[in-house]
Write a protein that binds this ligand. Structure first.
Ligand code: S3P
Length: 180
């Protein structure tokens, strides 16, 4: 079992801004390691029977954050799982601290320009339903950067394919396992 500063690292948690590839990379990593894959947004949507956009519009963002927090508590019971987290989840310090007790926390990084390129054709993210989404991305990313940078590993996804990012994640996880 992998130990990381006294922790038991049995899972992988992917954190990072919307559009950094957490879900696509996470699925590939899970396939490669023969781990389960779980996306916190998907689990919340299934549990609530509502889309993330509907939860935001009907109950408000704070209600969504509470559901995320509850979900994070449940994740501690998992093993051999790759967890793709919603972009705002690790900006609550207790969520990040909880993930670190059982998972190698890997942040996928991209510039605001690259993120915009990746998300502009998608409509399922309520925080980007904004008159000026490019500015919103820049501001939100700047505000969140200090949280994202608390990950164990930071991977720049700008010049890497999804497959290359997956290989980096697997490599970093194996380093942890070998040192454990
Ligand atoms: C959010 C990111 C979304 C989703 C929700 C809020 C955020 O997840 O949780 O729309 O606060 O950045 P993705 O990062 O998977 O798009």
């Amino acid at each position: 079992m992998a130990m990381h500063s006294g922790r038991q690292v049995v899972n992988i948690a992917l954190i990072g801004f919307m559009g950094t590839g957490k879900t696509s990379v996470g699925r590939l990593v899970a396939d490669h390691l023969d781990f389960d894959f779980l996306d916190t947004d998907d689990v919340i949507q299934t549990q609530q029977g509502l889309t993330v956009t509907e939860i935001f519009s009907t109950h408000g963002e704070p209600a969504f954050r509470k559901l995320e927090q509850k979900m994070v508590g449940e994740l501690a019971a998992r093993t051999k799982t790759v967890i793709a987290t919603g972009g705002g989840l690790p900006t609550y310090p207790e969520n990040l601290a909880s993930l670190k007790t059982h998972a190698l926390v890997v942040c996928l990084w991209a510039s605001p320009e690259k993120i915009w390129e990746r998300v502009k054709s998608q409509t399922h993210r309520p925080l980007l339903h904004d008159p000026d989404p490019k500015t919103k991305i820049r501001e939100l990313l700047a505000r969140r950067e200090p949280f994202y940078k608390q990950a164990d590993v930071l991977i720049n996804t700008e010049l890497r394919s999804v497959r290359e990012v997956m290989q980096q994640v697997v490599y970093q996880f194996r380093l942890e396992s070998d040192s454990g």
